[in-house]
Design a protein around this ligand. Structure first.
Ligand code: CTP
Ligand code: MG
Length: 399
């Protein structure tokens, strides 16, 4: 079929929106606008690569977002220019010359539906340029500089165009090069292709595929999401929960490791590894959320490699596996049950250690400690137990 790529311009300043942060970085239902747009593109099965174009000062932050949200199809984040046209041009230039089709999609059209993307690509594979458009509802007038109506074009033939606009790569490259040579500045990508004398096919766009331009557009986007309700690829929500539990006997002559922190105690946890019950319960919760079984199947206690192993090493391994599968952690909440010593003085260190390993902000990791009120083996000080709940987001279909 040939390579299909996308260029997403996100280097604008959002002057009409007027917030103190560019609109593509503002949250829409908890997720930055540009992440919604990128996720929608990423969900197209045949799209291989996304080049994201952003402002110089936002490069590092944008790369962090891309990593954090598991946008593995974003292969490059590059610096844009003064105008949208320049920004898109920067992105187009660095695409693989073997690219067959390019989708150009505004970072600020977060609600584009998968079905529209599929239809656009299908049409463009026929070899033509394609743009989505909707009927205009207002009457449009051409007005002169003095503020008088010059003429009123018939509404039947007027359309408001959206993105993504899809082009054969050679055609759009040629159009951009020519426009740049001749100093032509268009307000969309297709207008550059029209100047080459190429035909541009118009397909029915979507009323939901709005561009966030003014603050009220954000309110409209929120209302659209509310009305759609539920979850699914189109709303970007794909959450899973996992629980984990672990218990270790307490014996003399061993360290007591909890959350990667050594707790001063006469008794330590017995186990093949370092016996960190808290980390083991977190690992089980993570594996559970991702549908990947449990700690025993990944790190068997018959394997000599894991004798006395630092459980943080295992945790980081699991995290690497989850990342490869497109699973991102949202938050972790855990409880340790230990009769003594009191764990309060250690909890902050555990939280910070775990947050660093999980690459989460510490506010998203919560560690609690309780005693078992003298009841049962844990209450008698014979064992330490821990349980965990995690919430994750899945950005790819899990096998
Ligand atoms: N864009 C870009 N580089 C620019 C200007 C715009 O990549 N120099 C991007 C925007 O980030 C946005 C898309 O092009 O994703 C559409 O542009 P627009 O809605 O006009 O966004 P802004 O230019 O940011 O807004 P404004 O015109 O109100 O300042
Ligand atoms: Mg603009």
């Amino acid at each position: 079929m040939g390579r299909i790529a996308a260029v997403v311009p996100a280097a604008g300043r959002g002057e009409r929106f007027g917030a103190n942060r560019a609109k593509q970085f503002l949250p829409l239902n908890g997720m930055p606008v540009l992440i919604w747009s990128l996720r929608a593109l990423q969900s197209h099965p045949d799209l291989e690569e996304i080049v994201l174009v952003t402002g110089h000062e936002d490069l590092a932050y944008t790369r962090k977002l891309v990593e954090e949200f598991g946008l593995w199809k974003v292969t490059r984040v590059v610096e844009g220019g003064q105008t949208r046209q320049e920004s898109v041009h920067m992105g187009l230039r660095i695409l693989d010359p073997r690219t067959r089709l390019v989708l150009i999609h505004d970072a600020v059209r977060p609600l584009v539906e998968s079905s529209l993307l599929v239809q656009m690509v299908e049409t463009a594979l026929g070899g033509t340029a394609v743009v989505p458009a909707v009927q205009v509802t207002d009457t449009i007038k051409v007005v002169d500089d003095a503020g008088f109506v010059q003429k009123t074009p018939g509404r039947e033939n007027l359309r408001a165009v959206q993105t993504p606009q899809v082009f054969p790569y050679q055609v759009i490259m040629e159009a951009y090069e020519k426009a740049s040579r001749e100093g032509f500045l268009g307000t969309d990508d297709a207008s550059l292709v029209e100047r080459l004398g190429h035909k541009v096919k118009v397909v029915e766009g979507s009323s939901q595929n709005i561009k966030i331009t003014h603050p009220q557009d954000m309110m409209l986007a929120e209302a659209i999401l509310r009305q759609k309700g539920g979850s699914g690829p189109d709303t970007g929500l794909n959450l899973r929960v996992g629980t984990g539990y672990d218990l270790h006997l307490l014996v003399p002559g061993r360290k007591l490791m909890l959350g990667g922190v050594e707790v001063r105690s006469d008794l330590g946890s017995y186990g093949h590894s370092d016996g960190d019950a808290l980390i083991h319960s977190i690992i089980d919760a993570l594996l559970g959320a991702a549908g990947l079984g449990d700690i025993g199947s990944h790190f068997p206690d018959t394997d000599p490699r894991y004798r006395d192993v630092d459980s943080r090493v295992l945790l980081r391994k699991v995290l690497g596996n989850l990342r490869k599968k497109g699973v991102a952690i949202i938050n972790v909440d855990a409880t340790i049950v230990l009769e003594q010593p009191r764990l309060a003085p250690y909890l902050d260190r555990m939280k910070n250690t775990l947050a660093a390993d999980l690459k989460l902000d510490p506010s998203l990791v919560n560690i609690k400690a309780k005693t078992n009120e003298g009841v049962g083996p844990v209450g008698k000080g014979q064992a330490v137990a821990a349980s965990t709940v995690v919430l994750v987001r899945v950005d790819r279909r899990l096998e």
